[in-house]
Design a protein around this ligand. Structure first.
Ligand code: KG4
Ligand code: ZN
Length: 349
């Protein structure tokens, strides 16, 4: 089954074609994928402007679709089904992909299905020839969400913990901004941290001993104070590159340490031995290597997608769509998008 996936929930227009018959191809079953990021468009305003995001998705969807067909060397008639992001996200942005996907499916007389963006992230590490088996604990860490989930099957999700304020990715983005680094901050902090000493400064590990919920707003304040009080941390002429690298490394280490400790706790609580990490922050290599070391100590394993499938993309939507479509699920003609959508409301297969 060839499934076209469309992701337009925020500031990336992502399209991909997943082919279940190519699952052993070594390419995650992907025939091809295209991604257009609106980062430059929104950079001027210091954050995503919803109306501009919707307009840009509309401008890009059709040309990207043609580019994808060319890349995959197939015609549109060879597509068997279409999956689009139905929520959560910016309503206008979601509507562009949903309406494009639903109309195209109608025109081609094929089924379509609306997908939960975070389920797309959650299932992305399962793409490919040797996916980890259910059940597993999933750590979903993106720009908008920090969730620990016990996943017992597709659509069988129990929330074990979540952030009570900022998401982990948001915390990376805000710390990056304070250091004068560009959005998205995660990869830029990670780069700067490469030459830094992670133990140079001590930053808090919020809510470490309180259940499985997270809180990152205190971390943000701590970084703010650290930058304010540390000579050389700024961008100007008095800037000290080593001080800046040490701050980035200490910050990254504090976030990663907090995430890892909660993951270990969640695995023990759920009595599970597999951890699957997903969402933009799961691309962080310090997080990946620390989890590998710490989980080995408790005989647990960690699984993740290649970096390009961790951040927003159309492939994860195509794959989640495939899982649901092959179980007989599909949407009717009505298009409804949901800006807020708890994952626990999703139907099981
Ligand atoms: O999943 P995603 O692409 O979009 C949302 O659904 O939010 O996640 C984006 C977030 C941003 O906050 C970005 O800074 C963070 O993921 N991120 C990273 C890395 N790559 C992306 N954070 C830390 N390290 C990275 N390498
Ligand atoms: Zn995302």
């Amino acid at each position: 089954m060839k499934v076209l996936g469309l992701e337009t929930s925020c500031d990336e227009t992502g399209l991909a074609i997943f082919d279940s018959e190519q699952i052993n191809s070594g390419n995650q079953g992907l025939l091809g994928q295209v991604l257009y990021s609106q980062i430059e468009l929104h950079a001027l305003y210091g954050g995503v402007v919803p109306e501009l995001a919707s307009r840009d998705h509309i401008r890009k969807l059709v040309p990207l679709f043609h580019e994808l067909l060319e890349q995959c060397k197939i015609s549109k008639d060879e597509i068997d089904a279409i999956a689009y992001t139905k929520g959560p996200g910016l309503i206008g942005a979601l509507m562009t992909g949903a309406l494009f996907g639903r109309s195209l499916a109608y025109g081609l007389d094929i089924p379509s299905i609306g997908i939960h963006h975070m389920e797309g992230h959650l299932l992305a590490p399962l793409m490919g020839a040797n996916p980890p088996d259910f059940p597993f604990v999933s750590l979903l860490v993106s720009g908008g969400h920090t969730l620990l989930i016990a996943a017992r099957g597709v659509g069988e999700y129990e929330i074990l913990g979540e952030s009570i304020d900022d998401a982990a990715g948001e915390c990376f983005d805000k710390a990056a901004k304070m250091l004068g680094l560009a959005y998205p901050g995660g990869p830029n902090i990670a780069k700067l941290a490469e030459t830094g000493d992670a133990n140079a400064y001590s930053l808090p590990r919020p809510m470490l001993h309180r259940g499985l919920d997270f809180s990152f707003s205190g971390m943000k304040t701590a970084v703010h104070n650290l930058i304010k009080d540390t000579p050389g941390s700024g961008m100007g002429s008095a800037s000290d590159p080593q001080v800046r690298a040490d701050i980035a490394a200490s910050f990254q280490h504090a976030v990663v340490d907090t995430l890892v400790k909660k993951c270990v706790k969640a695995l023990k609580q759920a009595d599970m031995s597999r951890l699957v990490i997903a969402g933009g922050v799961s691309a962080n290599s310090h997080l990946r290597t620390t989890l590998e070391t710490e989980l080995a100590k408790i005989n647990a394993t960690v699984h993740y997608a290649p970096p390009a499938l961790c951040t927003d993309n159309g492939a994860m939507i195509a794959y989640a769509g495939y899982q649901r479509l092959q179980a007989g699920q599909a949407d009717d003609l009505a298009v409804s998008c949901v800006p807020r959508w708890p994952m626990t409301e999703l139907p099981a297969l």
